[in-house]
Design a protein around this ligand. Structure first.
Ligand SMILES: [Zn+2]
Length: 475
């Protein structure tokens, strides 16, 4: 705060010294933060957001990591930054990619024919392989509810005949171990059913293998289906099923986009980041086309205006945030100790245009030392505009500042709310509808440009531009 005032005084004095004839009433010339704020307009940010939406529309409705919609977003951002004079690097990394191309099937074919219902009775586990088989069921050391290590040892499969479907109970070891053992023993498919104790009876809906690499269909079934198959097998001397799954389960390459200029001291570098990927369910315009478009426009306007702060400013567009902060984590893990030391600030912008918005500034006290100063730059700025804010740590560990904080880099950022419901208190502070979600389209197909609140975007982008310049300028 004191430094900021000293800086403004200096600007004023130099102006007076250069232009003594102008008189004392003359306003001081605008500083860089002010010039940047007025150059970064909501209309220009919305232009980028519209482009992201068009990209999603042309690519199956989303911009998720590992899809053509994401790759096209990378091309757009990289091109814009190159045109603006940045050194741009597109940095690839690998992600596990999984997609179901058709609904999975599980049907009894003997001793009688009966289909089970996908969703209700069973579903494919994430990272299931593909295939379609009709084969006898082989129960594998099923044990009892609460006491089963079914399929956890290779010796469990000694009665399995090659090509049979291994039927296993959940429990004792990861799904991955059971499935690898079954595949090695020659099973043509796997059905793992819920284990039966403590209300574990449903179809393992969220069940997931750790990674791609399994070559056979893997079905997670309810306790009832598992018990049905086990009983039929014991009573009738054998049951047979049809199992089918059609999936893409593979490692794919995706990328971060990192841009900087040669100017500015590396010591205390300000990294400004936003994730560029969406979820698979929609185009991801508030989450996080809003943050991406905002920092892209800040970057463009900085070169256009010739704003060159003392410290280096680096813009980062992260890939694969939505599947577990993969891009930012890979970037931070790739930094040497010296490179970590050089970064003085990481600013994160994830969701800046929520329709029923709140003004949340990341709580500096929940970040590493130095984060308090970043919080203060934001809160001082909003105070100067008479805009209410709240400090908040909702996003702690849930967005790309997490990996930076873990290495002790001071972090800060802005956030206008996602799945939470607006409280009466928030409504009194920020306006909008109490009792309604901050963003009713969060992670849905309706997260389009229509979903953005231009006022939120305007206020947040000004604050983001301001903090970038102020933090890159100060000691
Ligand atoms: Zn997000």
């Amino acid at each position: 705060m004191t430094l900021r005032r000293a800086f403004q005084t200096l600007v004023l004095l130099s102006f007076l010294a250069l232009a003594p004839a102008c008189g004392a009433e003359e306003e001081p010339p605008p500083d860089d933060a002010e010039r940047l704020r007025s150059a970064v307009t909501t209309e220009d940010i919305l232009q980028h957001a519209r482009r992201f939406e068009e990209i999603a529309e042309a690519n199956g409705g989303n911009r998720a990591a590992g899809t053509p919609g994401y790759d096209a977003s990378v091309d757009y951002v990289a091109q814009q930054l190159r045109e603006a004079g940045y050194d741009v690097s597109v940095r690839p990394f690998e992600i596990p990619y999984y997609e179901e191309l058709a609904p999975a099937r599980l049907e009894l074919v003997a001793p009688d024919a009966r289909p089970y219902q996908e969703g209700e009775d069973f579903s494919a586990l994430h990272f299931s392989g593909s295939g379609a088989v009709v084969a006898p069921v082989r129960p594998v050391d099923l044990g009892e509810p609460g006491d089963s290590s079914s399929g956890c040892e290779r010796s469990d499969f000694k009665r399995l005949v090659e090509g049979e479907v291994a039927l296993m109970r959940r429990g004792s070891c990861p799904f991955e171990d059971k499935v690898s053992n079954a595949e090695e023993a020659g099973a043509s498919a796997v059905v793992i059913f819920n284990e039966g104790s403590q209300g574990r009876t449903g179809p393992l809906g969220a069940g997931t293998l750790e990674r791609p690499g399994i070559g056979i269909p893997v079905i997670g079934a309810s306790l009832a289906v598992g018990e049905d198959l086990a009983r039929l097998n014991a009573e009738d001397g054998g049951a047979a099923v049809r199992v089918a799954a059609s999936t893409v389960s593979e490692n794919r390459s995706t990328a971060n986009v990192v841009a900087e200029r040669r100017s500015g001291s590396e010591d205390g570098t300000v990294v400004v980041g936003a994730h560029l990927d969406s979820v698979r369910e929609g185009p991801g315009i508030n989450d996080n086309g809003s943050g991406s478009a905002t920092i892209l426009e800040i970057a463009r306007k900085m070169t256009e205006l010739g704003v060159e702060p003392r410290k280096k400013v680096r813009f980062a567009f992260w890939g694969a945030e939505e599947i577990g902060l993969v891009g930012s984590t890979s970037y931070v893990e790739g930094l040497s100790e010296d490179e970590v030391e050089e970064i003085g600030t990481y600013l994160n912008f994830d969701m800046l245009g929520s329709p029923n918005f709140v003004r949340f500034v990341y709580d500096g006290s929940s970040g590493p030392r130095g984060s308090g100063r970043i919080e203060e730059v934001f809160t001082d700025y909003f105070a100067s505009r008479n805009l209410e804010v709240r400090t908040d740590s909702t996003l702690e560990g849930r967005s790309d500042h997490g990996p930076f904080a873990e290495r002790g880099i001071p972090i800060g950022g802005l956030f206008t709310g996602f799945e939470g419901t607006k409280t009466e208190e928030e409504s009194a502070l920020f306006g909008g509808e109490a009792g309604e979600p901050h963003d009713p389209c969060y992670h849905q197909a309706c997260d389009t440009v229509e979903n953005l609140n231009p006022r939120a975007l305007d206020e947040m982008s000004d604050a983001a531009a301001h903090a970038t310049v102020v933090l890159a300028e100060e000691e």
